[in-house]
Design a protein around this ligand. Structure first.
Ligand SMILES: [Fe+2]
Ligand SMILES: [Fe+2]
Length: 351
């Protein structure tokens, strides 16, 4: 076939598109610009749900956080430092996420319904970067310090460098799917992005901010994080569905060696995240410390591995049961009800 992922020509043909030819990657025969009929219906459902959850950082009141941050006594030096380090990671991490979606995934994905959600996801990553910028600006933090931390703090640099190393191959203008090696490379990137970046690196930093909320501190920032987490929980689940869809469509890629490789990467990421936790909590704040974070990181690492059929590595209990209530959205019904309903009403335009 002469078409490739990057330059399409329309093939004149009255025959309906054969939906069985549609694949996450390497499915060009089913035409990437024809949305219906759909094969990956889950992606369309994610797209609709994401639109229903639309939010903007400027809608969240930051007033109490501003007062708290200004107060010389409300937060300890360790608490300030922990919050700044987490923001230092977040401010660049969502830009990395957006780049991965737009420059890594979108171009190579050949399912139009999956592309629809990727477009929405890319916008959400921009909203997340906006939210961190809004927190930094609202609290009159030292912007130059926070936004440059990824280049100054080893524990942040090492995490981001680890992720970016996997982008290099598929961001290359000459990279094309369609060979065994390249398809594995593409799948490796999605595993790193979903299991590790969105599934591990983000979640432990979310936990830090929610730890503040449990102390009734930085509640505006925590509300921003709760909205971000709701989006990220969908990104994570979508990514895991994509990995499983590729496994189903191209099972030959999921070799025992490849599975071991992904497990090794997750183990390496868990170590990097523990190093980061030590940077965040040199001596612990309100019951959160590097050691219980290590256990939390190991607990969520196992959960991510299991979701793509890989063996748990650490077999530890969840040290923060309160996190599963919020982060894993076990109570998502209540959480969703507070805002989404308003949006659905407010979003209905009368002409
Ligand atoms: Fe994000
Ligand atoms: Fe994301």
């Amino acid at each position: 076939m002469s078409v490739n992922n990057y330059r399409m020509s329309i093939q004149r043909n009255a025959k309906p598109v054969d939906i069985n030819q549609r694949k996450v990657i390497n499915g060009l025969e089913a035409d990437v610009i024809q949305l219906y009929p759909m094969k990956h219906k889950f992606a369309w459902d994610y797209y609709l749900a994401a639109n229903a959850n639309h939010w903007l950082p400027t809608e969240v009141s930051m007033q109490l956080d501003i007062e708290l941050w200004k107060s010389p006594t409300a937060l300890s030096a360790d608490e300030r430092s922990a919050f700044e380090t987490v923001l230092g990671f977040f401010t660049t991490a969502d830009s990395i996420a957006a780049n991965n979606v737009v420059m890594g995934f979108y171009k190579h994905v050949t399912s139009p319904e999956i592309r629809m959600y990727l477009l929405r996801q890319a916008y959400e990553e921009a909203i997340h970067t906006h939210a961190y910028q809004y927190i930094v600006e609202s609290l009159s933090m030292n912007q130059a310090k926070i936004f440059n931390m990824y280049r100054e703090v080893d524990a942040i640099y090492n995490k981001e460098e680890f992720i970016l190393g996997f982008n290099e191959g598929i961001f290359d203008g000459n990279f094309k799917t369609g060979t065994f090696a390249n398809d594995q490379k593409f799948l490796e990137n999605w595993c790193v992005f979903s299991l590790i970046m969105e599934g591990i690196f983000f979640y432990s930093s979310f936990a830090v901010v929610l730890g503040f909320k449990r102390q009734n501190k930085l509640i505006g920032s925590a509300e921003q994080i709760e909205y971000i987490m709701r989006d990220e929980s969908m990104h994570l689940n979508f990514g895991l569905e994509i990995i499983n869809a590729i496994r189903e469509e191209q099972p030959e890629l999921w070799t025992p060696e490849f599975q071991n490789h992904i497990v090794d990467l997750v183990r390496k990421a868990a170590k990097l995240e523990y190093t980061f936790a030590k940077e965040v909590f040199p001596s612990g704040i309100f019951g959160l410390n590097a050691e219980n974070f290590k256990q939390y990181i190991e607990f969520i690492s196992d959960r991510r591995l299991e979701r793509v059929g890989l063996p748990a590595q650490f077999n530890v209990a969840n040290p923060f049961p309160w996190m599963s209530e919020v982060v894993d959205l076990a109570k998502k019904k209540n959480f969703f009800e507070t805002r989404v309903t308003e949006y659905k009403t407010g979003g209905a335009l009368n002409w």
